[in-house]
Design a protein around this ligand. Structure first.
Ligand code: NAD
Length: 298
């Protein structure tokens, strides 16, 4: 099937980023804010991110105008009723995502593809609560979605091959590099990257180095675009702790469990860049890393 209209559920960091990617490829895109509150906040975030990209010469004003014209914001899930593809990007919680998929089945056409942007959760677990299981898949973008090329196209247990192919073609159309992955916790990237960040936090707890020295070492010694702490802040510490917990729940090996420092920061509401404070305090100085990635265009 051809994907000509996209719906996104969740107007957070990833939802708005994915919407921008689709809209830039001239695909009409509806973004549904998943929690109560007025639409001014996500609209403002979208507009200010794009304005910054134009100011910094990374985007033409005409492209920005095209993106904004292609995006509709709504607070009603029914707004995605005529979409060919709906991508959910709400908080990383399996029960919330399962309930959402159930509701979407009541809203969307039977042939629409329903995808999750989950970082680590089981696509098959979401599929299990649905009637038309062949159309449920994972479509995992990376942060910042407008910049990062990869999309993991995740094959749930009963996802049909035709829909995997349609999603793969769609990813190429929106300028992304798709890889097809089987549904296993963390897929490819987060299964490798999450233990890396957890190891860095444990190294900090052992006193091997400071946040800055560990980040600097990986940046300049291993050629990483940003160190593990800057990366964790960038992803969002609530997302990192959820990824850690989900991998731990799956494999039950203690080194995958969330480290103490991460738990404490999340308890305090220090979630990284999105709250202004995480391992780094963003009101004081930028984290060590690639400035283009630290200041996303959205
Ligand atoms: N941050 C990343 O680097 C990254 C990368 C790829 C995928 N993801 C995944 O994308 C999804 C969204 O993450 P994000 O980084 O955009 O987070 P975010 O905190 O920026 O946005 C979360 C969204 O979930 C909504 N939400 C919060 N509580 C909710 C509830 N009880 N019910 C329904 N919606 C609720 C919020 O309104 C918001 O739109 C998660 O599944 C995450 O694992 C994140």
């Amino acid at each position: 099937m051809s994907i000509e209209r996209v719906g996104i559920i969740g107007a957070g960091t990833m939802g708005l980023g994915i919407a921008q990617v689709c809209a830039r490829s001239d695909i009409p895109t509806v973004v549904v804010k998943a929690t109560p509150g007025d639409l001014g906040k996500p609209r403002g975030k979208l507009e200010s991110g794009l304005a910054k990209a134009v100011e910094r010469g990374k985007m033409d004003a005409a492209v920005r105008d095209g993106i904004l014209a292609n995006i509709t914001l709504s607070d009603q899930e029914s707004a995605v009723a005529d979409c060919d593809l709906v991508v959910e990007s709400v908080v990383e919680d399996i029960e919330i995502k399962k309930a959402l998929f159930k509701r979407l089945e009541g809203v969307c056409r039977d042939d629409a593809i329903l995808a999750t942007n989950t970082s680590t959760l089981s696509v098959t677990a979401m599929m299990a609560v649905c009637k038309h299981r062949q159309r449920i898949a994972g479509l995992h973008f990376f942060n910042p979605a407008p910049v990062m090329k990869l999309v993991e196209v995740i094959h749930g247990f009963e996802t049909c091959e035709e829909n995997i192919q349609a999603l793969t073609v769609f990813c190429r159309r929106i300028g992304k590099e798709p890889v097809q992955v089987q549904d296993t916790t963390g897929f490819i990237v987060n299964r490798l990257l999450t233990p890396y960040m957890l190891n860095a936090i444990r190294m900090l707890e052992r006193g091997t180095g400071t946040i800055e020295t560990i980040d600097k070492a990986m940046l300049t010694g291993a050629g990483m675009p940003m160190g593990p702490f800057a990366l964790a802040d960038y992803i969002g510490l609530d997302v990192v702790i959820a990824m850690s917990q989900n991998i731990y729940d799956d494999v039950r090996q203690s080194h995958h469990a969330p480290p103490h420092t991460l738990v404490r920061l999340v308890q305090l509401g220090y979630l990284g860049l999105k709250t202004g404070k995480g391992f780094y305090d963003y009101s004081v100085k930028p984290a060590v890393g690639n400035p283009d990635l630290e200041r996303p265009v959205i």
